[in-house]
Design a protein around this ligand. Sequence first.
Ligand code: C2E
Ligand code: MG
Ligand code: MG
Length: 595
Amino acid sequence: MPISPPVPRSEVERLRALHGLCLLDTPSDPTFDEMTLLASQVFGTSMALISLVDEGRQWFKSRVGLDVRETPRSHAFCAWALLNPEPLVVLDALQDERFVDNPLVTGAPYLRFYAGAPLITQDGLCLGTFCVLDPSTRDGFDAGQIKLLRQFARLAMMRVETLRSIGYTDPLTQLPNRTRFLEDVALWVADVPDDGRRLYAVAIDVCSPAYLQQMQSAFGADYADGFVRAAAQRVAQTIGPAPVYRIDSTVIACVLAAEHEAALEEKMGLLQQRLCAPSAHQGIPHAPAITLGAVSLAAPNAALADTSRALGAALAHARAAHRPWAIYHPQLDVAQQRAFRILAAIPGALGADDQLQLHYQPRVDLADGTCTGVEALLRWNHPELGAISPAEFIPLAEKTALIGDITAWVVRAALAQAQQWQDAGWRLTVSLNVSALDLATPGFADMLASLLAHSRLDPALIEIEFTESAVADDAFHVGMQLRRLRALGLQIAIDDFGIGYSNFSYLKQIPATTLKLDQSFVRSLPANMHDVTILCAMIRLGHEFGHRVVAEGIETAQAYELLASWGCDEGQGYWIARPMPAAQLAGWLNPDSTR
Ligand code: C2E
Ligand code: MG
Ligand code: MG
């Protein structure tokens, strides 16, 4: 019956120190490997190991002459060597009652000789050993050899301390940092498991950047730091004992092995579920959206700097697609690079006089067919990228302050055009699209007020369109701003109504004048009976709130007739007219005119 090694008195602190070093289950490190190779040559042994003694196992950070990466702790000579600061020397295991029945002695690799010097931290805790082993017995191991073995152990500990040093540690969480992550990834790439599984770098965003920012402004930076620290700990506990790294303010990374992508997705799904469970920090409950991104460490993604960028791209993609995770593929890069290029080109487009243009799409009264107004829609013709749809660049700009500059450009151009039409004696309402961020920016109503004050334009001829999501984001400020705009005499339209926000209570608080029914309901007419029911209900709802109801996306005569028969006030769509430059509008309004 093998004798199990006793547990040292400081076991709890010892394990905490060991786990805190984030060495377990990490890839081979060339520095440690040089040390063990040298030791086996110097001592003439077939095996040399750097063994870390974990709770139930010993795990080899470096090994020469041994195939396995770990053994049970109960078989570990090193677990005995831990108990004493002096090296443990066993010249013949068969003569030692502690080891005579040990499976590593009775079976492969048939150990006989063992000499192990403990790896001792600056706090005096023993993590494991630097040891040399051989299947042949020895006659002796002299003081000089013991001294040399101790030196090897000290050298190994110096490397451990370096890996733990400031440059490799994140000060907030005490986790290894991004530099260490990228260095370890490089080692992992060269040390792929031999069981056929693939390695993936995985980034876990513990909350969205916006969530963190809100937390900082509501509770202060210290609170937000504490939240990130606690979240990082939760990730470490969920993933451990493999190391986790903090690679960005809210992003914790690790390396996971999986047979294939589907298996990885399953793992990420489980992780996401566990980490998403609501938790409280200092008594305040949180249920942040956890997002994961992953990238395979197999070629061709293996380049170092790419790993970090690929993880960023995967996270960004998952967030944009409202998915819990995404795995990086080169196509994601193409999309991100285009997005980046578009964003970078916006300031130039705003400054150039030939890239941006407003097109105007007529809106007609469905009862008599007269044109009541036009919607201003932005067109961008980039010298190299060609025509870029607002559906592509507006959502990108909305994530940055650039949307404010775009809106300012649109407002100026549209007001100038409206003024020209008013001066020409046409009574056309010009509708402008603005984004949530504009409405949440306090100076927005001031800008409009000042532009209107400097013109002769009738404010009632300008309509501001916004989508329901703007209200969902910040109902209070948006409501205030809209009331100011309404007080200036402008019209207010809720755009794309019916698809965004199922809580209609905001309709009571928002001084809207117009409801624009989303085109997805209209385009399916008359085939989809459900859409018919919804459309009729929305028209009634709009009228009950006293709004004019406008149907968007009228593509057929049949849709036009149906909407008119249901009492919908106005319509807009390709069947009536496509958006067109201002110069063409005269011809459309009055085909006989030569204007
Ligand atoms: P939106 O405000 O809902 O504008 C209506 C969109 O539907 C326009 O697309 C228009 O060309 C298109 N459309 C009109 N009738 C039909 C139809 O019968 N069938 C179909 N399939 N489509 C129709 P566009 O111009 O590509 O604009 C897309 C979106 O981009 C707009 O949706 C609006 O949300 C945004 N956008 C456009 N211009 C601006 C702008 O100046 N500022 C802001 N913030 N957003 C803008
Ligand atoms: Mg619109
Ligand atoms: Mg719309």
